[in-house]
Design a protein around this ligand. Structure first.
Ligand SMILES: C[S@@+](CC[C@H](N)C(=O)[O-])C[C@H]1O[C@@H](n2cnc3c(N)ncnc32)[C@H](O)[C@@H]1O
Length: 200
């Protein structure tokens, strides 16, 4: 979907995603010391807002101006500050070594587009900083709940790790279960989860 498509989706309802952070982001970032963070493909900013509330200097990047406007409006309502950037990640270069946390959550692109974005994302991690990606995993198609049904935009942990390049200690690279509440009870979605630290 292009930026216009995402704009239409974000315009169509109050919140497309949850108000609170993704469960893995909350679990894995809660104990990180606050610093500079950048959320690439931030959508309405659920993760960037949560980080800002925890003291991070938080940047949210998305190519949908509607999404970024929503994130900024929510920030104002919640009394926090985030920097909103409208940019296409196919071209955008986050400041190299500029962030203590680089987050990519559910950016659904085929690998020929995702890999260069992840390389630039990894290069943006400062020494000692953290890279975290969560995305719908390839296994979700057959064995998990919901998510895109287009195999081309699903990932595997190995694929993501290969895109990072050298200079990282990979702490987690796995298919992780995310519990989703549905009208029919709880279901498990399968996500690619990669957590890596840049050598200090
Ligand atoms: C599934 S949403 C995830 C939003 C957010 N990360 C979250 O977890 O709530 C995917 C987001 O990727 C953004 N996106 C897709 N392709 C993009 C691109 N080339 N450049 C910037 N943003 C992009 C969309 O606008 C959308 O907000």
């Amino acid at each position: 979907m292009d930026a216009n498509g995402w704009d239409a989706r974000y315009r169509s309802t109050d919140l497309v995603w949850s108000a609170g952070p993704n469960a893995f982001v909350a679990e894995l970032c809660a104990d990180l010391p606050a610093g500079r963070s950048i959320d690439l493909a931030a959508g309405e900013g659920r993760n960037a807002l949560w980080l800002a509330e925890r003291g991070w200097t938080s940047t949210a990047v998305d190519f949908s101006p509607v999404a970024i406007d929503k994130a900024l409006a929510i920030a104002e309502r919640r009394g926090v500050t985030i920097e909103g950037v409208v940019a296409d990640l196919d071209d955008y270069v986050p400041t190299p070594a500029g962030y203590d946390l680089v987050l990519v959550a559910y950016l659904q692109l085929p690998d020929d587009r995702l890999a260069p974005i992840l390389r630039r994302a990894a290069a943006a991690v400062a020494p000692g900083g953290t890279f975290l990606l969560v995305n719908h995993d390839a296994e979700n198609l057959e064995h998990g709940y919901g998510g895109p049904q287009d195999a081309a935009v699903l990932t595997t942990p190995d694929q993501v790790v290969a895109s990072l390049g050298d200079g990282f200690t990979v702490e987690r690279a796995e298919v992780a279960k995310r519990v989703v509440s549905t009208d029919d009870g709880e279901r498990a979605a399968l996500d690619t989860l990669v957590l890596a630290r840049r050598f200090g």
